[in-house]
Design a protein around this ligand. Structure first.
Ligand SMILES: NC(=O)c1ccc[n+]([C@@H]2O[C@H](COP(=O)([O-])OP(=O)(O)OC[C@H]3O[C@@H](n4cnc5c(N)ncnc54)[C@H](OP(=O)(O)O)[C@@H]3O)[C@@H](O)[C@H]2O)c1
Length: 306
């Protein structure tokens, strides 16, 4: 039987086990993917820890991982847009991407171009959809300046680079070890923590037109102060958004949003998505631990051996 990461109760990384599971059968509109790589997101460990459970215990063993890349292995009823053997990437149908095989809705996948590795492809769907959605909701455009909190994370890096291609000046918060990299991609780095607003004012004397908060670390008051209005601030990570009159942006459409626009930018080198680290499937717990640590550059990816 194939392997998959499973957990039966919410908790620390020790709840994650490498289990033998039945080969999943694709339903109507679904395909089965032989997984090559799965992206790791903070959402994965937030779910594993039960942060989104509303206090209700887990009813049955479940998997982990929202985004995957791999090769289509079987088609479910009604699928005509895909073929067996096609390399694809996109969203897992059941948050079970950390597995040898997983199911996906055929229309939540895109074809993987040859120039993009499976590891790179698995790192893109969540960050790309979120980055484009956040930039559009903020409405930033050429000539404006944007402050991004957590600019070295998966979402922050893509949002920063896409905004640069739109002619936006980007200031990004990150720890010192990521500053040189941020400068390389055209972002003015600023250290987070005490005194943040003053450092941003010094780095951006022309002012800040909009803020994207990807940190969730209590930066909304300073962001409102810097822009002059909560309307110019958007968070994807701070659940206290409403208390500050700030919009919280959550996904509503397919996870493939943004990829059509992003792929040409990746191919021509205008945008890069660094892979922070790669873990084999059996070490998924270590991948979660690293994500939970909160300090990385780009994406964590799990790879699956044939
Ligand atoms: N609402 C949505 O639709 C949505 C979608 C995707 C993600 N999210 C959420 O958005 C957040 C970011 O996601 P992600 O995938 O980009 O995360 P990630 O890749 O894990 O990024 C973590 C980054 O946070 C930075 N960081 C840590 N502490 C910080 C602080 N105090 N101030 C500023 N930056 C800090 C780290 O930078 P250094 O290494 O430089 O310290 C690291 O690069 C997560 O909370 C995630 O759950 C929400």
């Amino acid at each position: 039987m194939p392997h998959a990461i499973r957990f039966s109760a919410y908790g620390n990384t020790d709840v994650l086990t490498l289990a033998e599971v039945p080969l999943p059968e694709p339903g109507e509109g679904q395909v089965r993917v032989r997984v090559k790589a799965a992206g790791v997101n903070p959402l994965d460990w937030k779910i594993r820890k039960g942060f989104l459970s509303g206090g209700v215990p887990l009813a049955a063993p479940t998997g982990t991982g929202t985004e995957l890349s791999g090769v289509i292995d079987a088609l479910g009823p009604g699928v005509t847009s895909r073929r067996v053997g096609q390399a694809v990437f996109g969203r897992s149908a059941d948050r079970g991407a950390a597995a040898a095989f997983d199911l996906a809705a055929a229309d939540e996948l895109v074809g993987k171009p040859d120039w993009l590795s499976f590891e790179q492809a698995a790192a893109l769907p969540v960050a790309a959809e979120t980055a484009y959605r956040a930039l559009r909701e903020l409405g930033v455009g050429a000539g404006q300046s944007l402050l991004i909190h957590a600019a070295a994370g998966g979402v922050g890096l893509l949002a920063a680079q896409v905004a640069r291609t739109w002619g936006v000046t980007v200031i990004g918060t990150a720890s010192e070890r990521n500053h040189a990299f941020l400068r390389e991609i055209g972002v003015t780095p600023v250290a987070y923590g005490q005194g943040l607003a003053d450092r941003v004012r010094a780095a951006a004397p022309q002012g800040v037109d909009a803020v994207l908060d990807g940190s969730g670390q209590g930066v909304l008051p300073a962001s409102i102060e810097l822009t002059g209005s909560p309307d110019k601030v958007l968070t994807i990570a701070d659940l206290a958004a409403a208390e500050h009159g700030v919009r919280f942006s959550a996904p509503s459409g397919p996870l493939t949003g943004g990829l059509d626009e992003l792929l040409p930018l990746l191919e021509n080198g205008q945008v890069r998505m660094p892979i922070d680290s790669v873990f084999p499937l059996a070490k998924t717990a270590d991948a979660h631990q690293h994500s939970e640590g909160g300090h990385l550059r780009g994406k964590i990816v799990i790879t699956v051996e044939d």
